[in-house]
Design a protein. Sequence first.
Length: 119
Amino acid sequence: QVQLVESGGGVVQAGGSLRVPCAASGRTLSSYRMAWFRQAPGKEREFVAAILWSGGSTYVADSMKGRFTISRDAAKNTVYLQMNSLKPEDTAVYYCAARLLSSNKYGYWGQGTQVTVSS
């Protein structure tokens, strides 16, 4: 079992920045891929970014490259999503997720944190 807890959401003005952490516990994460997804009202959940815990390789959705970055702090067992140049369309609930590298499904999810970008 992996427990994930997001925090750090809030209201930010367009053009601003926000960093949201996801604290993980319960298992050694070296065999996991960690990711961020988001879901805006009335829209489907979409992939934002992912990171391999071991090695730190990262992947960011094309539409967010250049603005969003994902990183991890192994000492704190925490994954971060750094969001810059925020736009109102980035408003969504942001979810942290984890999956074993041997699986094709994210089996662990956090409760989500609301990010609202005001124009």
